[in-house]
Every structure is written in C-alpha cells, then in structure tokens.
Write a protein that binds this ligand. Structure first.
Ligand SMILES: Nc1nc2c(ncn2[C@@H]2O[C@H](COP(=O)(O)OP(=O)(O)OP(=O)(O)O)[C@@H](O)[C@H]2O)c(=O)[nH]1
Ligand SMILES: [Mg+2]
Length: 328
C-alpha cells in the first residue's frame, strides 16, 4: 500500500505514487490556484463580485470608526410613524428570528460584554425597531441623541418567521418601503440554513421598493470552525471552499429577476459575532464595518484617509431645510 505524502505547498496528503507521477513543473497542488487560502483575509472570507475587497487601510479606518467612538442608543419604536426626522443615513439589519441580527450589532460596535442590543437563544427576542447611532455627535446635553453629519444610524429589526408576529412585520415593511434615510438593508442569512422562502419574500419586497440591499451570511463560524478545537489547515481549507459554495448558492437565490428597480449588491459578507480570528477581531466584522461606511457615504479614501464631504451629494439627499423627509 502506498504511504500518504504530505505536500508542503498545499499541506494536503496525496499518495506518493500520485505525487511521483507528476513532474514538479506539471504538478499543481490542489490548493495552489487559491493563494493564501489558509489564512482568512477579506478576499477569501467574503465573496466580492461587484466591488473590490477593501484594503487593509480601509478596514483599519472602518474598525477605528466603529471602535473609537461610543455608540448611542437613540430610541425604540414599534411604529414607523414614530421615526423622527433626521439627517443621518440609516442602515438596517433584517432577517429571520434568531439569525443573529442583535448579536451582529453588538459585535459591530465592539460591545460583546456590555450589550447594546438584547440577544437570546430563543427566537423572537427583538420585538420593536431599536435605533443606535454612532459618529457625528455634537457636544452638549441637548444634542445627546442627535447624530449629525458624518455619523450614521443602525436599526435592529424584529425577525420574521418562527416566534415572530405579523404586526411587527407590517411596521418593518413600512419602514423599508418609506424611510428616505435608509441607505442599505443588510439581510442576514444563517450560513448553515441558507435562504428560506421567507427570505425570498423579503428580497422580493426590497426589490419592488427599490431599497438597496446586500446579504450577510451569519454564524459562519459554524462552517469554518464547527468544533471547539481549531481545525487543521487542511480542514480549514475545505471549510472555506464549502463557505464559497454556500455563497454561490445564496447568490443564485438573491439575483434580481429583471426588475429595473432592483438594487442588490451581490457582494456577500461572511460574519461571525462569536468567533475571533487574529488579535480578537471577529470574523468579517471589519469588512462589514467598511460596507456600512460605504452605504452611508462615509468611507475613507483608498489610503485610509477621511474623505472630503461631497457637498453636491448632500444637497441632493438632505433637502432644502437640511432635514430628510419625515417617514413617508
Ligand atoms: N455560533 C454563533 N452563534 C451566534 C452568532 N450570532 C448569534 N449567535 C447566537 O444566536 C442566537 C440568536 O442571536 P440574536 O442576536 O438574538 O438573534 P436575532 O436575529 O437578533 O434574533 P431575534 O431578535 O429573535 O430576531 C443567540 O443564542 C446567539 O448567541 C454567531 O455568529 N455564531
Ligand atoms: Mg434580535
């Protein structure tokens, strides 16, 4: 019986016979076509189709933005009509109940212990829309709950599906259809369970409303690090390939169906709110932070410097009185 041979380029065992039968020039190790796959980087963790992966300078800028400023809880409301006028761009997290929306929001703001948003093992924990702001804060107590220019708001929504309620959904739908400040809805899909029919329904709704949206695969640690023990490089490689296959499968399910209004960004972000990679950084979080800044128009330049505010764009989006339109 031929003994296995560990190729030190691809760190995978191949049979000695198979290895000998190929000359060095011909031999393409199974992993060589995917350089650097054994370390998690923005480009091999996430699946970018429409935009280039952010550079290190850009993710560092995004990380700094979300971790060096204090997030503020602004308000909770069950009703779309209670959303106040605001000049700040908004981003929302949507998805089935228990998919990890509130956990992701805590991880986004780097608040794993002093939790901003309530998290629970039981589905249906978030019952109202909870709004948090960061950046653009003015000094002084009067302006405490005010998010000014350069800041953004994140809206954590109740989930749909199991243990959810119809009335919660109605108000979220009104928000998705009517809120002028909403720049992008991030739809979370559990990496283990994939796209469900309820997700397809929401995608259809977002397309019809012309609401920009993007998919986040949540809980990717369950695919990449399924056991408590760190996987071997070989296993991690296979798990990354599995994650890529999941991304492709998900992408085919979220493609627009020829609707001219559809605004789907087909880059898929892969995140974990639980599992950290190097130096305590949660998987995919800096890329998510970057995507939020891009959606809000507050991203840095390519070299990681703060971008000058585009006054023309502001005039177009903010309106004459400097305040966005109220709700609908
Ligand atoms: N393994 C793993 N578990 C996670 C992750 N994110 C969240 N969870 C767990 O999933 C469960 C649900 O998390 P939540 O953040 O409350 O989910 P949600 O989407 O806000 O749920 P609702 O508010 O009920 O709609 C909790 O037990 C979390 O600890 C993750 O990235 N990886
Ligand atoms: Mg929640």
């Amino acid at each position: 019986m031929s003994r296995p041979y560990i190729c030190n380029r691809c760190i995978r065992s191949v049979s000695r016979q198979q290895h000998r039968s190929l000359s060095t020039a011909q031999y393409v190790p199974p992993h060589a076509s995917i350089p650097g796959l054994l370390t998690l980087t923005p480009s091999n963790l996430n699946s970018y189709k429409d935009t280039p992966p952010p550079s290190l300078a850009q993710t560092s800028y995004a990380s700094q933005y979300f971790t060096s400023q204090s997030p503020q809880f602004l308000f909770s409301t069950a009703y779309f009509r209670s959303f106040p006028p605001s000049t700040a761009p908004e981003i929302t997290f949507l998805g089935r109940s228990n998919v990890g929306k509130s956990s992701l929001l805590n991880a986004l703001f780097n608040r794993p212990n002093s939790k901003l948003a309530y998290v629970s093992k039981r589905p249906g924990r978030t019952k109202v829309m909870n709004v948090f702001g960061i950046g653009g804060a003015k000094k002084g107590s009067e302006a405490r709950n005010f998010i000014g220019r350069g800041g953004l708001c994140v809206v954590d929504c109740p989930g749909y599906g199991f243990a959810s309620r119809e009335e919660w959904g109605k108000e979220v739908v009104k928000y998705l259809q009517g809120r002028k400040q909403l720049r992008r809805a991030f739809l979370l899909v559990d990496a283990e369970h994939g796209v469900k029919s309820t997700d397809e329904h929401i995608l259809e709704l977002l397309r019809e409303a012309g609401t920009p949206h993007q998919i986040i695969l949540s809980k990717v640690d369950k695919i990449l690090y399924p056991r408590a023990k760190k996987p071997t490089p070989e296993k991690l490689h296979d798990n990354i390939l599995r994650l890529r296959a999941i991304c492709e499968e998900v992408r085919t399910r979220v493609q627009p169906t020829g609707n001219r209004n559809s605004i789907v960004l087909s880059d898929i972000l892969c995140c974990s709110s639980e599992k950290s990679v190097d130096r305590g950084r949660k998987m995919g979080l800096d890329e998510l932070r970057w995507a939020l800044l891009q959606a809000a128009g507050s991203e840095s330049t390519e070299s990681g410097k703060k971008r000058e505010v585009d006054k023309g764009l502001l005039e177009k989006t903010v309106g004459e009185d400097g305040i966005y339109a109220w709700g609908d």
